[in-house]
Design a binder for this molecule. Sequence first.
Ligand code: MEV
Length: 348
Amino acid sequence: MTSSASLDAPAPARGFAHPAIGRAGGKAILFGEHSVVYGHPAIAVPLPEVAVRAAVQLTTGAGRLRSALYTGPLTRAPQRLLPTVTALDAALSALCPPGTSALLEVESDIPAERGLGSSAAVAAAVISAVAEAAGVALSRDERFELIQIAERAAHGRPSGLDARAVCATQPLWFQAGAVRDLPLGAPLHLVVADTGVRGRTGEAVAAVRERLAADPHDTGAQLGELGALADAAGAQLRVGDLPAVGAAMDRAHAVLDLLGVSDPALDRLASAARQAGALGAKLTGGGRGGCVVALAPGRDEADRIAGALRRTGAAAVWTTTVPRAAEVSGTGAAEHTDSAERAVEATA
Ligand code: MEV
């Protein structure tokens, strides 16, 4: 299991005298990917086993980025980092005096383009760090609007589900831009497995749109069924009817396959999870690569399913337990740094 320990620790940002820190976690969509784009409901859970940490120091000099993918002037960052740069620019122009730039360091153990919310989480962490550096307390909605600016650079017309989910600390229900907490009647033991194949969310969303235009009747019915499954699963999750939730996940995977967004690697991992005892399994996120999420009956079974998925060739596997409502504290919000973290000293 990947650990987020290195991101939780107040590791210094090399070369920054007084960095402000922002963090955000990954997410897994349980129900409603793709159909959420058309106004149907969706359910997502936080995946804190993977996370992003951004360190920002404001400057009036030239902006620089340090990350695993690229280190150098912000103006020369590769196209792939456009959402990160867009998040930084959006936050700087909304929250700082004109002419402010930033030294930005990003560390992430959320695999990129795997449907786990990497782009939205990077944006959330960067925006939180800039807000902290500028001394501005952002509301959830203000942060959401800024993340969406970066998400549009990543995927064109995002529903907003990812931007909300990476800031959540509890399961959430999302529909047509509105979000609320979804209290669970029983803990969820989930296994997330990465095919190792980069997902292509923008392409998958565009393919569904074309399919809907070409065949509005059948494709509309499939999107409607995904919405109905999310609706039913919302009620099943509230009462802790996990076998029913698992069956709905299996059906959602089949419908996503009919929509053309699954692939053989996702199908193979989903069926390996079922054979290893999962109550249900499906692709999560945009599909066409990326990850599957499986629901286990308990923690031990989750470990067994994780082992089976590794043996089936998953590139990475995470297990997570989403606690039931009574075990949850706090409301969903991206973490801001506190004053202790601001005291982090530079080492370089
Ligand atoms: C991507 O994580 C989820 C999709 O539904 C796209 C979106 O909601 O914008 C495929």
